[in-house]
Design a binder for this molecule. Structure first.
Ligand code: HAM
Length: 419
């Protein structure tokens, strides 16, 4: 039997409701904040991700689904969305269309990671990017959006962690030296990957999962203490505005994020109760990426949430979307089924969710079907009911029945169901 690929999951009909709830809630908040949807391809030129995410990162060095196409061109299934949005932003010269842009996207991403709870190889993100604004108030607004989104979803156990990773012009090169100096005597004790990172990209050592490397870092200097005056001012303003808006956050001095394009603000949101894979969203500023891809100098900031993890968090907290109950028309005999065929359509036109039986069955078996299909109400009609034009309306949850005049069925159901 052919099965789904390891780390790649089906989202079953019984699970889809909570996904739709997450999608609809996110879209509403994103639109309220002035974002428009953007749809980018699922695979791209491999160089796009190597150059934007960074060669030394785990994503690029270990986790990409990269393959040659039939002509030998190297393609990669997108491991994240920002690189594609930046590519498209430059390719279509979106910067020339309006003073700034707010774009969001949603869809599957692919990373060859070891699958476990909350970590899969095909996973889904909802992400948002703002182009053309360098002001710290934009960072604060993005963090407010993220906070409002989780609040609206009903998640009550999230923590927003904030840091600054400085700028590549001034503070980051300085800090790299400070970090290298700090680690120099222990270089031999770092894992082989980190020994390589030490020269090229020592900040990545912060992100290493190896316990030995983490132990060495426990006394390491923080980048937040080595920011240049401009980055420091930016960071302080972000903090001030977060406090002004009453957005709770914590500084995580070691937060560097797993992608190399970040400048200044970097953040992550975690949810308790998810175990090791507790980051439900992450993002930050990336003021040089558009320019690196041939666009004009364009500051930018964004975030993405991991849908699987948010769904797990919602389920863990017993949050379920409200659904409109399903109505099952149980029609006994040919004439009743014909009436049901017409009635189902009329009720659907009133925005009710209606199904019916298409085969001859006993009433008992029809009511069993209704139960199995999750109906909240059944409408029962046989020869007698047709003749008297009075149907039986059965509340499936409370096992209660009442008679309803055929002409009043729609009105009665709308009142019961669409509240
Ligand atoms: P990221 O932190 O790599 O950032 O991913 C964002 C979120 O995607 C994570 O917080 C996590 O919830 C989810 N995620 C990542 N990998 C997996 C996985 N293997 N299985 C399940 N969920 C996963 C980015 O991707 C950046 N593009 C975010 C961004 C947008 N920064 C600026 N703009």
């Amino acid at each position: 039997m052919i099965k789904a690929i390891r780390g790649v999951k089906d989202i079953l009909p019984s699970e889809v409701g909570i996904w739709q709830y997450l999608e609809a809630t996110s879209q509403k908040i994103l639109r309220n904040y002035g974002f428009s949807e953007f749809r980018v391809p699922i695979f791209e030129d491999t160089a796009l991700f190597v150059r934007s995410i960074g060669e030394e990162t785990d994503i690029v060095s270990k986790e990409m689904y990269t393959f040659p196409d039939r002509k030998g061109k190297s393609l990669t299934l997108r491991p994240e969305g920002t690189a594609s949005v930046v590519r498209a932003f430059v390719e279509h010269k979106l910067y020339a269309q309006s003073p700034y842009q707010k774009l969001y996207y949603q869809g599957p991403m692919f990373r060859y990671e070891r699958p476990q709870a909350g970590r899969s190889r095909q996973f889904h993100q909802i992400g948002a990017e703002v182009f053309g604004l360098a002001e710290p108030s934009v960072d604060a607004e993005m963090l407010t959006l993220v906070h409002d989104l989780f609040l609206k979803l009903g998640l009550s156990d999230t923590t927003l962690f904030l840091n600054s990773v400085g700028c590549p012009e001034n503070c980051r090169p300085q800090y790299k030296k400070v970090l290298q100096e700090f680690l120099r005597k222990d270089l031999g004790d770092l894992c082989p990957d980190c020994q390589q990172r030490y020269e090229k990209n020592p900040l990545r050592i912060m992100d290493c999962k190896n316990e030995g490397c983490q132990a060495k870092l426990s006394q390491a200097p923080f980048i937040l203490e080595h920011l240049c005056p401009a980055c420091q001012q930016h960071h302080q303003e972000v903090e001030r505005l977060l406090k002004l808006a009453g957005i709770p956050y914590r500084i995580n001095y070691r937060l560097v994020r797993g992608l190399d394009y970040y400048t200044r603000t970097a953040f992550e949101v975690t949810s308790t109760g998810l175990g090791a894979q507790n980051a439900i969203a992450g993002g930050g500023r990336y003021d040089h990426l558009v320019e690196d891809f041939g666009g004009p100098s364009t500051p930018a900031i964004g975030f993405a949430l991991g849908m699987e993890r948010v769904v797990l968090a919602l389920q863990g907290q017993g949050i379920a979307p409200k659904t409109v109950p399903l109505i099952y028309i149980a029609a006994l005999g040919q004439a009743a089924r014909e009436e049901a065929f017409l009635m189902a359509r009329a009720l659907r036109q009133k925005s009710l969710r209606v199904i019916m039986n298409y085969q001859d069955r006993s009433l008992k078996s029809l009511l069993k079907q209704a139960d199995q299909m999750g109906a909240g109400f059944s409408l029962i009609m046989g020869e007698n009911e047709l003749a008297s034009r009075r149907l039986l309306l059965r509340d499936m949850v409370h096992s209660m029945q009442e008679e309803v005049q055929m002409e009043d069925v729609a009105e009665v159901l709308v009142a019961k169901v669409l509240v």
